[in-house]
Write a protein that binds this ligand. Structure first.
Ligand SMILES: Nc1ccn([C@@H]2O[C@H](COP(=O)(O)OP(=O)(O)OP(=O)(O)O)[C@@H](O)[C@H]2O)c(=O)n1
Ligand SMILES: O=C(CO)[C@H](O)[C@H](O)COP(=O)(O)O
Length: 445
């Protein structure tokens, strides 16, 4: 049994904030799982995960297998790997991919800096792919690098939104019951047609559930089940929990999962996944000010306007930028009140590039300038500001989306209020949409 350190789930906080159990709660649950008291410290089963990723995604209807389809320019499977690898108590992750996609998969692992991933060749069916993944974890394999876990999680590579709390629940239940899997209420009623295409019978919807992923098993149970099962099971079966029941008489514990556990299957699911990701990374905005003037100052007024416009979003003024970057804020509004150049924006861009924050998600930077006809001639200001196009092209290479916003700054208070409101609306839209086609544009409010 491996040590399961309290609070060892630090990396799980990486990426957009997770819902459900957090930090201390997770550590406490991990202790409970082990059954060991505080005096004994935490210990828990060694856990590994197998991800079948060898399908062709026929139902998606595109040439690229769906697990490699890009969402915000990053392959879907990378999001799933990120979700699993940030769980510190999952020790090994085995991914089953086709020989044809092996190199592509290696590139994905390298480019997105995934850690602790081993690759095996997939099989012609999902069950065969999973079996290959399990074999890689068995002790008597030649060239064995991985250790046999006590519990193994099985999770589809095309379910990117799996959270640590549901993983912990299925693992805990698997340790107690031998097998466990996430379920969801049925959306539609399941009916059985007869051979002539007419209704034979209908199932009572409230008595049935949709079986989702993740699932977890005592390793010996699921490995035994796969070793015993028939070719028919391997060819046509779709349910791992059923194999554990049929061949090992293990009745899986069923765990209620969240709606986000759904399997990306059709093209529309990619759009849904993209929307979820965009929403998650738009929950915090950092306003970087080139002035420390009082609250009445126009930069602060824009910040207040943003807070009103986006009342569910955390809007913070950036004092300690390094810390804010470390906390994984993906949206920055750089307000230039005192200056009419990109010096402040440039400093921020340098910090972002050094931080590697944009490896996983596109970071939005909006450089805001104020257009005050009385102090700087329009032509001179524009000449300066047009340089944003070059900057934007350059930083796009590192996945930073740079936009310019010119806010009209009239003397008339009512008009100024209106410009600021419009500016806040544009900022909100740019952050929400993350449209790379608009980078380097100077929008006017
Ligand atoms: N021979 C196979 C078939 C499927 N899978 C994986 O099993 C998971 C769930 O299967 P499914 O959604 O059915 O994927 P596909 O078989 O790719 O899709 P489709 O049925 O539309 O062809 C996916 O991560 C898929 O890559 C696999 O590893 N090996
Ligand atoms: O939902 C699941 C668990 O029960 C699996 O993801 C599902 O069985 C995969 O099967 P298929 O390849 O036929 O979609």
């Amino acid at each position: 049994m491996e040590s399961w350190l309290p609070g060892s789930s630090g990396p799980a906080e990486a990426g957009p904030r997770l819902r459900g159990l957090r930090g201390a709660d997770l550590a406490a649950s991990a202790c409970l799982l082990s059954g060991a008291g505080a005096e004994a410290g935490c210990s828990a089963p060694a856990v590994a995960a197998v991800l079948p990723a060898g399908g062709s995604g026929e139902r998606m209807g595109v040439p690229t297998p769906k697990q490699f389809c890009p969402i915000l320019e990053r392959p879907l499977i990378s999001y799933t790997l990120q979700a699993l690898e940030r769980v510190s108590w999952i020790k090994d992750i085995v991914v089953a991919v086709t020989g044809e996609n092996m190199e592509a998969m290696k590139c994905i692992i390298q480019r997105y800096q995934h850690k602790g991933i081993s690759l095996v060749e997939s099989g012609v069916t999902r069950h065969r792919s999973i079996f290959n993944g399990l074999k890689a974890l068995v002790e008597d394999q030649p060239n064995r690098r991985l250790s046999k876990p006590e519990v193994v999680i099985i999770h589809d590579a095309v379910r990117p939104f799996v959270e640590e709390d549901v993983l912990l629940k299925v693992v805990t239940a698997a340790k107690e019951h031998g097998a466990a899997g996430a379920i969801r209420p049925l959306v539609s009623t399941v009916i059985s047609p007869s051979a002539d295409g007419c209704l034979d019978h209908s199932l009572e919807r409230v008595r049935h559930r949709a079986s989702e992923m993740p699932q977890a098993f005592l390793f010996d149970v699921i490995y035994e089940a796969y070793q015993q099962c028939s070719d028919y099971d391997l060819e046509f079966g779709t349910e791992c929990l059923h194999l554990a029941l049929k061949y090992c008489h293990i009745k899986a514990k069923l765990i209620e999962g969240s709606p986000d556990l759904w399997k990306v299957t059709y093209k529309r699911d990619l759009y849904a996944a993209e929307s979820i990701i965009k929403e998650r990374i738009s929950q915090q905005i950092c306003v970087v000010m080139d002035t420390k003037e009082d609250e009445e100052h126009v930069g602060h007024r824009l910040e207040e306007m943003l807070k009103n416009e986006l009342n569910h979003v955390k809007v913070t003024s950036g004092r300690d930028l390094q810390q804010i970057i470390l906390e994984e804020c993906y949206n920055f509004v750089c307000v230039n009140v005192m200056t009419s150049d990109f010096e402040e924006t440039q400093k921020l861009l340098n910090m972002l590039e050094e931080s590697n924050l944009s490896i996983l998600y596109p970071v939005v930077v909006i450089s805001v300038q104020f257009l005050d006809y009385e102090s700087v001639p329009f032509g001179q200001k524009m000449e300066n500001l047009m340089r944003i196009r070059e900057f934007a092209k350059e930083v796009k290479k590192t996945n930073i989306l740079l936009y310019g916003l010119l806010v009209y700054y009239p003397q008339d208070e009512r008009k100024l209020q209106e410009s600021l409101r419009q500016g806040a609306t544009i900022i909100a839209a740019l952050i929400k949409e993350r449209n790379s086609g608009l980078i380097g544009q100077l929008l006017v409010a």
